[in-house]
Ligand binder design. Structure first.
Ligand code: GLC
Length: 536
């Protein structure tokens, strides 16, 4: 009798692609990407094998934090297009059998949002309590020591009403008071507005920041702080983030989402593993996928990574689905962190691990961080702490489509400068090059999608030392061995208690594709292989 095949949701056996809309494709020659631009590139994404697209915020915004400061949750910023453009995008995505995720930013609004304008108009305004207002200490000092992620105190004095308001990010991004049921309802209605339109879910911005300590106690000093770190890291955000009551809010969002069919919630959460997994919620009442940023924060060292993969696998709640991320619009690009050659190994890791992979635009062609001259820096995190190299601009530069002027991104001068090597590093140049990053991504994606063992099969660690790691992915029908050299030096893989025989299915060095291997394998620096094992 054939075993019943398990059904997987698209967010489990699919691949997610993150678009930073300012930088993907401009269609109206203003140097900023837009929705029509994205529509014109959907065939590329479909052909690449992407299941879902997540677009960073496209809503009206003064752009103090490039869209993460929203002044209207139910409209489209004219810079990106109109609501008609959005509807067309959604239709076109669905027509290609893909999914569309939007960015929900519930923790804070823009200071230009009508809610905040009302809230700050007077102490007895009905929306006063929608934000977090506190008296000064008798000497005028801030209510507590909490710091903003973007530098300085998290409290801003309002002269007019003689109180401070709290902002975990810019002062132009006041935090909402999520303990207020009216705020909860208002944001749930925002979710319904987009879900009713038919979007397939949300990536929820800093979901772990949404609830703060009800007594607003001082955060403790971080004993590990060093001056090169973000100013924010001087304190441990024990009372300002990850409060137990946040899970009630997350559950509320999940309930709303579950009223619709097959939608997903992904939470942006920078927390240690044991805290991270609590966001799955008890009995699946949390987000479907708490973003797992371990590959972004760990040193690129085989043993450490292998250990954390095991810890992650071991800490998932029953039925909790894993996921992996190599980059996003807030972090240095992978090809800059580990180098171009090693980024091929990183791609192999991402696309052979158990769990939904998210690809950040440009990773598939090996885009690197672009040095932005000081006078061109746009990111507030970079501008506010100019000596700490914290600007996120380098990872947000325009997509490199071809070797023509402005890399095919725009016919106008782009809002942020392009990589100087875009004439060599671009989609068109890599499309038919068997040695390119894009070709490697395509092979890995295709293999993952053809082989349930690699996509949704089990994960078994085999070996790890300071240079390399190896693991097996398998299901009832097939078995793959993945061996990765995470160092630049050659090494031999010859495990003592593990014998194997098979054929290389995909190698970072394409010359090795198809090679038979048995019991040992030698690897160049920066090399990785996916081996199809013969059944025992
Ligand atoms: C998230 C976003 C980041 C933004 C911040 C404040 O971390 O990813 O880009 O600046 O939230 O909204």
């Amino acid at each position: 009798m054939a075993a019943a095949t398990q059904h997987y949701h698209w967010w489990q056996d699919g691949i997610i692609y993150q678009i930073y809309p300012r930088s993907f494709q401009d269609s109206n020659a203003d140097g900023v990407g837009d929705l029509q631009g994205i529509i014109s590139r959907l065939d590329y994404l479909k052909d690449l094998g992407m299941t879902a697209i997540w677009i960073s915020p496209i809503f009206p915004s003064p752009m103090a934090d490039f869209g993460y400061d929203i002044s209207d949750y139910r409209a489209i910023h004219p810079l990106f297009g109109s609501m008609d453009d959005f509807d067309q995008l959604l239709t076109e995505v669905h027509r290609r059998d893909m999914k569309l995720l939007l960015d929900l930013v519930p923790n804070h609004t823009s200071d230009q949002h009508a809610w905040f304008q009302e809230s700050k108009s007077s102490r007895d305004n009905p929306k006063r309590d929608w934000y977090i207002w506190k008296d000064a200490h008798p000497d005028g000092a801030e209510p507590n020591n909490w710091l903003s992620m973007f530098g300085g105190s998290a409290w801003e004095w309002d002269e007019h009403t003689q109180q401070y308001y709290y902002h975990g990010f810019l002062k132009e991004q006041p935090d909402l008071n999520w303990r207020n049921p009216e705020v909860q309802n208002a944001m749930m209605e925002v979710m319904c507005f987009w879900l009713d339109k038919g979007i397939d879910g949300f990536r929820v911005d800093v979901i772990f920041h949404m609830v703060k300590d009800d007594q607003f106690r001082n955060n403790p000093v971080n004993p590990d702080y060093q001056p090169h770190m973000n100013n924010y890291d001087q304190l441990l955000p024990v009372y300002s983030t990850d409060q137990p009551a946040v899970h009630e809010i997350v559950a509320m969002m999940r309930q709303v989402t579950d009223q619709y069919e097959d939608r997903v919630l992904i939470g942006e959460i920078y927390l240690p593993l044991n805290r991270l997994v609590s966001y799955y919620g008890v009995n699946h009442t949390g987000v479907h996928l708490p973003f797992n940023f371990q590959l972004l924060v760990l040193p690129w060292e085989a043993q450490q990574i292998a250990t954390v993969i095991d810890q992650y696998e071991g800490s998932l709640p029953e039925g909790g689905w894993p996921n992996w991320v190599l980059g996003n619009h807030d972090q240095p690009r992978i090809a800059s962190r580990v180098g171009y050659s090693q980024a091929r190994v990183a791609a192999m890791l991402l696309l052979t691990l158990r769990g939904t992979p998210t690809i950040y635009y440009g990773e598939e062609i090996g885009m690197r961080d672009v040095p932005i001259p000081a006078e061109e820096v746009r990111d507030p995190q970079g501008l506010n702490m100019p000596d700490l190299n914290l600007s996120r601009d380098p990872a947000r530069t325009p997509m490199q489509w071809n070797g023509q002027e402005h890399a095919g991104f725009s016919s106008a001068h782009p809002w942020l400068r392009l990589a100087s090597d875009y004439r060599r590093v671009n989609v068109e140049a890599q499309e038919h090059d068997p040695y390119s990053m894009l070709t490697l991504y395509r092979k890995l994606i295709q293999l993952r999608q053809q082989e349930p063992a690699l996509n949704v099969g089990s994960y078994t660690p085999v070996f790890a030392d300071r240079q390399m790691m190896a693991f097996v992915r398998e299901d009832a029908d097939s078995r793959f061995l993945v061996v990765l050299n995470l160092s630049h030096r050659t090494c031999y893989f010859k495990p003592k208690d593990f014998s194997f025989k098979g054929r290389i299915e995909v190698a970072t060095l394409p010359e090795r594709d198809g090679q038979p291997v048995q019991d040992k394998i030698d690897l160049s620096g920066d090399e990785g292989v996916v081996i199809r094992l013969e059944s025992a």
